[in-house]
Design a protein around this ligand. Structure first.
Ligand code: SAH
Length: 350
């Protein structure tokens, strides 16, 4: 197993069977060996710097019905909200003062924000915050829509593939969604020139080591600039309410694997990771992650954007969230930086 990790470090890749073997058999010693390598790579390229992204959850309306997600269309108990343009700009303003230089606009697939509204919001942020990166995370759109958002000033896009295995993807979603469509979106985003983030939940229902290996192979093929993974956590008002949450050790192990696969990738220690373990985000950084995403949404809507139960950071103000993360990072020897934190090619980092 140690040799497999050496091989992964050298080639940034393993075969499907090798991945399956590694994921099904790793233990604490192997994890430690992997995390040491992953952390060394992060430190070589990023030092002790951790990039911050201010997450603005601007709508929880959604036309989709993903079986895992708490803001799915069929959840009648979800109290829906939609931030106005002014509220969104206000979040950015507050965030800017706190040192954020990336704003992530995330939401359900909410078609009430017409195409023109999105363009208006993006171009206004672009004008008012010229030194900041704008990341979108609003699901599947047409090539033309992605292009228009890019031209309006968006720089990055997060769209997790969720599962690279067709059967597994279909077990997580209703019939109107498909893996083919998802992949097409991701390749379109790349083609347009976005920095693209993809990823998956660890321990989602019906996931196997084989589907996980396929996820890793797909990531190798797509070569995303950002990779977000976090444990699946059940939500009481979804069809998956009785499934167990994903494993901490496996999520951390996969973060380490992803760091070896794409050494210069931007990999967040996610809120979901911090939700299943009080030290989850710190452990994520120590396993090779280099990004955190504090919440910038207005406090009054925080507890309405519940993708899963038990979500942390729903009560604090943006400033408190940032301070809390800053202290957490400091406690393990890292510092949050005021920086857009763009993806850079290896040559530029070495
Ligand atoms: N609607 C957008 C963005 C919001 S969802 C989109 O679909 O891209 C953002 C991510 O949260 C999803 O990609 C999914 O992987 C994750 N997520 C959703 N429900 C979750 C749950 N129950 N547990 C853990 N992560 C979840």
């Amino acid at each position: 197993m140690f040799q497999l990790i050496d091989k992964l470090e050298k080639n940034n890749q393993l075969t499907k069977d090798e991945f399956i073997y590694l994921l099904s058999n790793f233990n604490q010693d192997v994890s430690k060996y992997l995390f040491d390598k992953a952390r060394n790579i992060s430190q070589k390229f990023f030092g002790n710097k951790i990039y911050v992204r201010g997450l603005i959850e601007f709508t929880n309306f959604c036309i989709n019905d993903c079986f895992y997600c708490g803001i799915r269309k069929s959840n009648k108990n979800c109290d829906r909200y939609r931030l106005t343009k002014e509220q969104i700009l206000d979040c950015c303003k507050k965030g800017y003062e706190l040192g954020f230089r990336t704003f992530v606009l995330q939401g359900g697939e909410d078609l009430k924000y017409r195409h023109d509204d999105m363009i208006d919001i993006i171009s206004t942020i672009r004008q008012e915050f010229p030194d900041c990166a704008i990341t979108l995370s609003i699901g599947e759109r047409t090539y033309d829509e992605y292009l228009k958002y890019f031209e309006a000033g968006a720089d990055r896009y997060l769209l997790r593939h969720e599962s690279a295995n067709f059967d597994h993807f279909n077990k997580l979603h209703t019939k109107n969604q498909s893996l083919d469509k998802r992949k097409e979106c991701l390749f379109n985003l790349k083609k347009i020139g976005y920095q693209v983030g993809t990823g998956f939940m660890v321990g989602s229902p019906f996931q196997t080591f084989e589907t996980l290996a396929e996820d890793l192979l797909f990531i190798h093929e797509l070569k995303p600039e950002m990779i977000g993974i976090g444990p699946f956590i059940p939500h009481k008002d979804t069809p998956f309410k009785n499934f167990s949450p994903g494993r901490l050790d496996l999520t951390l192990f996969l973060i380490g694997v992803l760091r070896l696969m794409i050494p210069n990738a931007l990999i967040p220690a996610t809120t979901a990771l911090g939700t299943i373990d009080p030290k989850g985000r710190e452990l994520g950084i120590l396993a090779g992650a280099n990004v955190v995403m504090p919440n910038l949404s207005p406090v009054e809507v925080r507890n309405k954007y519940l993708l899963y139960n038990g979500k942390i950071c729903t009560g604090e103000e943006a400033a408190e969230c940032r301070m809390c993360l800053q202290n957490r990072m400091k406690s393990i020897g890292y510092e949050l930086v005021v920086d857009r934190g763009d993806f850079k090619p290896l040559e530029a980092l070495a």
